[in-house]
Design a binder for this molecule. Sequence first.
Ligand code: 13P
Ligand code: SF4
Length: 304
Amino acid sequence: MLKDLQQEIMRLKKERDVCILAHSYMSEEICEVADFTGDSYALSLKARTAPQSTVVMCGVRFMAETVKMLSPEKKVILANPDAGCPMAEQMDKELISQVKESLPGYTVVAYVNTTAQLKTVCDVCVTSSSAVKICRAIPSDNILFIPDINLGTYVKKQIPEKNFKLLSGGCPTHARMTKADVLKAKTAHPEALFLVHPECRPEVTELADYVGSTTGIMDYAEKSDKKEFIIGTENAIVQHLQFRCPDKKFYPLSKDLICHNMKITTLADVYGAVVGESGEEMVMDEQTRLAAVKCIEKMIEYGG
Ligand code: 13P
Ligand code: SF4
């Protein structure tokens, strides 16, 4: 039944010239029908080069908006319209415009997990895999980093020579993790390396053997000689890694490390989006797109 639906999606996406992009937090069954699976940065790059006329984004709203910004000529569909990222909704254009007025000369660096509207008043975007590189590369010593205080704190620590102002936004899923969760997991699995996403609190990332994006964590675990890993990001990554590396063992940092927004997209949604029966087509006025895409283009320029 599942295989039948997957095969039908594979057939239809070719017939209808559809590219399916899936964030790494999607389920295994969605990743299997995707043309490309990766972290936010890799998905942004793919959005520009995918040859198909339609893109179905299996992820959250800001990811579909990013695809539309980079490929305005394409039809871009968010597979499940209810899939939003709570962090992306935490700060709006009006708030950040006010904060900017009080910090003249600061470069506004926005995590890509922000709305298109907010991006219109920012200077450069970053993702979790590119944030340190880009903040180092930008020709400014004064950075207002929004919205994630945990990613901002992590980046600031790597670049002590620059001056960072942080605001108190963040990912509710990753920020739930505590030092006590890490110590419990390490006690249960003393041989395991601890790999973590920088959206976690400093008390958690400080205990890690590796800090990186979803793709970074997967690459690290796949290439490592070690056999056991505690995974400090959304639990879909535990499942993908166990599937790819059956000879290794992967443990979730916590059973609570689940992003319900990422989980609501189903294979049925993907089918519906490919055949045009469900999903939401991204519509963006050209003025907003042009103002917002500048900081995504800067991210790609500095990020390489
Ligand atoms: P990545 O940049 O690792 O894809 O992370 C995106 C995200 O939403 C993490 O919560
Ligand atoms: Fe947003 Fe956090 Fe979910 Fe990522 S894991 S989509 S940052 S709520």
